[in-house]
Write a protein that binds this ligand. Structure first.
Ligand code: ADE
Length: 224
């Protein structure tokens, strides 16, 4: 999969994809992430990419022209499955969206700044609008990093044990059960006996019950 991310702050995205699982995905050639500087596509003086909003009001708006120049130039080389705008008024990201996006080949993510991007870009180029939660970030970059991480780890072959994403929280509308590792007893706090029993049927049942209990307590809204 290839993910191109268009941003006015490329420096913000230098590090997130160079560690851990996404680094491995890159090394295995399963995921390629390209950070593209929007300022390379503006024809305005001093690499301007934003301007005052028509009708007045606080804040700046990202201009239509540099964005369209960039998107069209990128589209010449790549047929994107989705052109995604990260925005607090988009559809809230969930695991099912990440699952679906992990099956695509090419994604373009657009990071907004200031008061957002000129509506004409949204009307004519954007195919999906995604929010990562009901709060406002100072730009779309961290949201794009979150989305890329959520998608990237699901690409087949990225995780060592391919089934391990299946037991993640949310994959079956349940939160994950508690997990433990060595030592078996720490300060008198003991790992549940069932996990030490070696009986995998019992362990699976216990985990499922715990997941249901955990979900009922914390997220009854996602329980089917
Ligand atoms: N840009 C600013 N806030 C955002 C959010 N919550 N989700 C996605 N993009 C954003």
């Amino acid at each position: 999969m290839k993910i191109d991310i268009l941003t006015v702050v490329p420096g913000l995205l230098e590090s997130p994809f160079t560690h851990s699982i996404l680094k491995r995905a890159k090394e295995k050639n399963l995921l390629q992430v390209n950070i593209i500087n929007l300022r390379d596509y503006t024809t305005y003086a001093r690499a301007q990419v934003d301007d005052y909003p028509f009708g007045g009001g606080a804040g700046m708006v990202m201009m239509v022209e540099p964005l369209v120049n960039a998107i069209e130039a990128l589209q010449k080389n790549t047929a994107y499955d989705e052109v995604i705008y990260l925005t607090p008024d988009g559809n809230t990201l969930n695991q099912s969206m990440a699952n679906k996006l992990s099956l695509k080949n090419n994604l373009l993510m657009i990071c907004g700044h200031y008061k957002g991007i000129d509506q004409r870009v949204r009307d004519h180029f954007i195919t999906m609008e995604i929010s990562i939660g009901d709060y406002v970030l100072s730009g779309g970059e961290l949201a794009a990093a979150v989305l890329t991480d959520a998608i990237g780890r699901l690409i087949p072959g990225v995780l060592n044990d391919e089934t391990s994403a299946l037991s993640d929280s949310f994959q079956d509308n349940l939160l994950a059960p508690p997990v433990y590792t060595r030592p078996e007893i720490f300060r008198g706090w003991k790992v549940p006996d069932v996990l030490m029993s070696g009986n995998h049927k019992l362990i699976d049942e216990w985990r499922h019950e715990q997941a249901i209990q955990h979900t009922k307590e914390r997220r009854p809204d996602i329980l089917k």
